[in-house]
Design a protein around this ligand. Structure first.
Ligand SMILES: Cc1cc2nc3c(=O)[nH]c(=O)nc-3n(C[C@H](O)[C@H](O)[C@H](O)COP(=O)(O)O)c2cc1C
Length: 275
């Protein structure tokens, strides 16, 4: 049975794809208009730089959204790219080349600094990230965190897992920051599992030039940012440092006397080492 709206649509459009194109255009235009209004308002009201964050599908959309965000007053742009390697017909190389192409095209189309936020589902992460860092982007954000699935055993259904991250999830970020810091030609920002001032300092020490927080702000409100910043300042004072740059990457693998310790993956000697 056809409802009234789809009948009306049938009268307006000859084919399904015509209708689909129109809806796509309409939704996109509306989304863009309200997003640019948000950027302009934020620029107007906030006394700090405003980063726009966009997620798109086609090359053209990435370029359009980037240019429009810049025109609306954004001081910087984060590309939130996530292609989950779920399609068996797409190779790792296919997926990686999409990231490279988008990063190259967008950085050429705007003059504001561009950061790229990625997930960690890449087979040759170090090599890929090093290549990405040379595309013109100013920073890589490690890592995006997806919606997490869970299983409801009673209803035998896929459900939503934890919306918010836990502090334990930061361990993977620490691993990769420490391995990649000093080897890539752009800044690194830490994201996922940063819930405390201690975590902020740890991420800076292993190589983050900036940290991002989302879950903890949803959970505790924006005042948590003041606590995080206070903790970092106090920690720096107590340890005799004058600025964040003095500790950035101090514990990264590239400068370590024991670089292999950073690649340790096995638990085998855990108990003997602990004694
Ligand atoms: C409720 C919620 C909404 C989010 N929305 C976006 C989004 O619109 N764009 C984006 O790039 N990331 C989004 N994220 C991901 C966060 O930016 C961040 O990468 C992720 O939550 C990991 O950081 P965290 O551990 O501090 O939460 C969202 C996260 C949460 C919890």
């Amino acid at each position: 049975m056809m409802d009234l709206d789809s009948q009306r649509m049938n009268n307006m459009f000859n084919t399904y794809s015509e209708a689909e194109n129109y809806i796509g255009f309409y939704t996109r235009k509306n989304a863009l208009d309200s997003y640019t209004a948000l950027i302009s308002n934020a620029k107007h009201k906030a006394g700090i730089p405003i980063m726009a964050s966009i997620n798109c599908y086609s090359d053209d959309q990435w370029i359009d959204f980037a240019s429009v965000s810049q025109a609306a007053g954004a001081d910087g742009l984060e590309l939130n790219m996530f292609i989950l390697p779920a399609d068996p017909k797409m190779t790792g190389t296919d997926i990686e080349s999409i990231y490279m192409k988008v990063a190259e095209k967008v950085t050429r189309s705007v003059s504001i600094p561009v950061a790229l936020k990625i997930h960690h589902y890449f087979s040759g992460l170090s090599s890929f990230v090093t290549g990405l860092s040379g595309t013109g982007i100013k920073a890589l954000v490690l890592f995006n965190r997806f919606y997490q699935p869970d299983v409801d055993l009673e209803r035998e259904k896929i459900t939503s897992g934890n919306i918010f991250s836990t502090p334990e999830e930061n361990a993977m970020v620490i691993r990769w920051l420490s391995i990649l810091s000093g080897k890539v030609s752009c800044d690194l920002a830490a994201s996922t599992g940063i819930h405390s001032g201690e975590a902020v300092v740890k991420n800076l020490l292993v190589g983050a030039n900036a940290v991002q927080v989302a879950s903890v702000v949803y959970q505790q409100g924006t005042s948590v940012i003041t606590s995080l910043v206070s903790y970092v300042n106090e920690w720096l004072d107590n340890h005799g440092y004058h600025s964040v740059s003095e500790i950035t990457g101090k514990l990264r693998q590239a400068d370590s006397l024991k670089p292999l310790a950073y690649e340790r993956a096995q638990f085998m000697r855990y108990f003997s080492d602990a004694r």
